[in-house]
Design a protein around this ligand. Structure first.
Ligand SMILES: [Fe+2]
Length: 390
């Protein structure tokens, strides 16, 4: 075990080492600098009393490190490893030094230097959708490259279309097993989108569904949604998609006031059901602590009445109308008819989905769906990258 994790690192060359009272500063050959606090670094030593050899999880606590602990010496072995001599032993039978992998020191020392994936979000409009590579479901299960393409589509464009999967109700479960864990909801672990007599959502009728995201009533909206087509012989029933982040950008550029309102005015969402009552308040555009748009909350039929002064409500109402107008505009919205064995996987906090109405007398329509979290996609990418490096 060379590092206290399962990551694969390349060695990085050190230019200069600087010992300080509190720790070590490293100047790397590429001109970047990292700092390593002695007490903290000691906790990542790879000896079996510090890092469990199987789990590679930490066995020490900050409580185990003496207050006056420091680095006595640091020697670059020029073989990709750095020898750190500690001020004292923590365990009687151990050596007074640890060996650190330079790649580990570099990548954990530089924030974001080693990104989990080198994938950047790309916003899209309807005209760009055809540029997103369609995934071949026949290859997906055995071909790492195809699987990586699928995962990166979801990260970059927020959506991936998969064709040629086996038309079987079990396929979606096998598909999710490839990625990670499914998130259940009050609609079950896997839900069947088909007409229900006592529908508990508009989804289970033949009505048109305007672009929306699912479960806007939850504090944490599912990050990923998968819809797998098993039957679609009806007239109509096309799937629609649009990039909510691209719409937010358009509004930000062309109507600052509306963007501000949509980013700040909290609205209430509530589901309508006899046996569940989920509610949440949030602006339509939610930004994270770094100020980046992180999610849109956009479900027409789950909105509760507005509250506030009449003038504020009127302003917000118009801003909201603008957002809904864009999401229903050909500039942003694409239509695709999913065929049996085809699937769409999309970021449910970014990409809005919907469907055109259909005539249930003309055939059958059956989609099977489920939710996951974004982090399942990220984790699958990291693990895959590790595998590719081997
Ligand atoms: Fe939906």
């Amino acid at each position: 075990m060379f590092t206290p994790d399962f990551e694969k690192y390349n060695f990085v060359k050190i230019k200069k080492l600087k010992l300080k009272n509190l720790g070590l500063e490293i100047l790397w050959e590429n001109g970047k600098k990292t700092s390593h606090l002695a007490k903290n670094l000691r906790e990542f030593s790879t000896d079996p009393q510090t890092t469990h050899p199987i789990t590679r999880e930490a066995l020490l606590l900050p409580l185990d490190i003496p207050d006056n602990f420091y680095i006595k010496n640091a020697i670059d072995n020029n073989d990709g490893f750095l020898k750190i001599q500690w001020s004292e032993k923590l365990f009687t039978e151990e050596k007074d030094f640890s060996i650190f992998h330079t790649g580990w020191l570099y990548h954990t020392g530089i924030n974001n230097e080693k990104k989990i994936y080198d994938l950047k979000e790309k916003l899209w409009r309807s005209g760009d959708f055809k540029k997103i590579k369609i995934i071949d479901g026949k290859k997906l299960f055995d071909d790492d490259k195809e699987f990586f393409q699928f995962l990166s589509n979801v990260v970059v464009f927020g959506v991936s279309l998969v064709k040629n999967l086996e038309n079987n109700p079990k396929t979606i479960e096998l598909f999710t097993n490839l990625i990670g864990t499914v998130r259940g909801s009050n609609f079950g672990k896997f839900f069947d989108v088909k007409i229900k007599k006592n529908a508990d959502s508009n989804a289970y009728t033949s009505h048109e569904l305007k672009p929306h995201n699912d479960l806007a009533t939850r504090e944490y909206i599912p990050g990923i949604q998968i819809l797998f087509c098993l039957q679609n012989s009806v007239k109509g029933g096309e799937s629609t998609l649009c990039d909510g982040f691209a719409i937010a950008k358009e509004i930000k550029e062309k109507n600052k006031e509306a963007f501000k309102l949509l980013s700040n005015y909290q609205i209430d969402f509530a589901n309508k059901s006899d046996n569940s009552d989920y509610r949440y308040s949030s602006p339509l555009f939610f930004h994270n602590r770094q100020g980046k748009l992180n999610e849109v909350r956009w479900t027409n039929w789950l909105r509760s009445p507005l509250r506030g002064s009449l003038s504020k409500m009127e302003k917000f109402y118009n801003a909201q109308k603008l957002a809904y107008k864009h999401s229903d505009n050909k500039k942003f919205k694409i239509k695709i008819k999913l065929n049996p064995g085809e699937l769409i996987c999309f970021d449910n906090r970014r990409v809005l989905h919907g469907r055109t109405s259909f005539n249930s007398n003309t055939g059958e329509r059956w989609l099977r769906g489920c939710y996951m979290e974004r982090e399942e996609i990220f984790s699958a990418i990291r693990v895959l990258q590790r595998k590719i490096k081997e």
